[in-house]
Design a protein around this ligand. Structure first.
Ligand code: IMP
Ligand code: MG
Length: 193
């Protein structure tokens, strides 16, 4: 199941944020649902959760605690964006896993699926390491019109094709600590604020 989102404008959000796309409460509820669904699907198995740094960190921490089957946790870092708001097209693995994937049920956890370039590049690299299975859980999938560029197995919310921040997502390394997912005011990323 995927939920659609609408922008709201609470009086108390960050001054650089134009609106809240997914509230803290909606995030918490959806993460609990995803955790329950994943726990049912993996009943009797151990999952190796692979967080994609840095954006996946906050979601990984919350999702791990919503899963009731045994988990191991590891992280890798992949970079496809510079400081801007559009994809450079190039994906680099900048920090690799410590755990072996051989025979493991791997669940990759990331916060946003945009062009799909990051996860597509990771998928090939991870499958080459002999895991028992590889699945993908993303909190947000951008609706870019047309078929999704990469099929994630678990999707929290489908969102409009806007640049979003918060809940782990940054703009030039800022805003990761916002407890909600929001849209920036245009002057912030056009450098005129
Ligand atoms: P993709 O490779 O285009 O799917 O992009 C995935 C990565 O780009 C994410 O893991 C984020 O780090 C970054 N990204 C994509 N869209 C956004 C956004 O709206 N805000 C912040 N980061 C984003
Ligand atoms: Mg980023």
């Amino acid at each position: 199941m995927q939920l659609r989102t609408r922008l709201s404008h609470p009086a108390t959000c960050h001054p650089d944020v134009a609106g809240v796309l997914v509230s803290e409460r909606a995030l918490a509820r959806r993460v609990r649902e995803l955790g329950a669904e994943i726990s049912r699907d993996y009943a009797g198995r151990e999952i190796l959760l692979v967080g994609v740094l840095r954006a996946g960190l906050v979601f990984l921490a919350d999702l791990a605690r919503a899963i009731s089957v045994p988990v191991r946790v590891d992280c890798l870092a992949a970079a496809s964006y510079g400081a801007g708001t559009s994809s450079s097209g190039a994906v680099r693995i900048t920090r690799d896993l410590d755990e072996s994937l051989a025979g493991r049920h791997v669940l990759v956890v990331d916060t946003v699926l945009d062009t799909g370039l990051t996860l597509r590049a990771l998928d090939a690299a991870l499958r080459a390491r002999g895991p028992a299975s590889v699945r993908y859980c993303v909190l947000l999938q951008k609706d870019r019109g047309g078929p999704p560029p990469f099929r994630a197995d678990y999707v929290g919310f489908t969102i409009p094709d806007r640049f979003v921040v918060g809940y782990g997502l940054d703009y030039a390394q800022r805003f990761r600590n916002l407890p909600y997912v929001g849209v920036l005011r245009r002057p912030v990323y056009e450098g005129t604020s």
